[in-house]
Design a protein around this ligand. Sequence first.
Ligand SMILES: [Zn+2]
Length: 98
Amino acid sequence: MLEIQCTQCKAFIARYRGSGELVWLYLDRVVKPASLAKLKSAANKADLPILICHECGRRIGTPAVREEGRLAYRMSKGSFKRKGVVKAMTTSPHTSWK
Ligand SMILES: [Zn+2]
């Protein structure tokens, strides 16, 4: 799970089910916010707004269609930061013992 933040103003952009480099943001993997996650049911790319930071207006991603018509955003490098989100309860302290 990743959390995506605006580089410029640190505003929360999205929570995303994925890991590693983020080149494409697939809408069907967006967990939060609901306003973004629900766009996965948009009929086509033309219905998608450009992904911008709601705080400072910086452009974060542009709409795209990937294989099998999957809707996604092409993330613009440097406009966002991502960090891993570790869910509470996923790790037990004992599993790290060697
Ligand atoms: Zn911002």
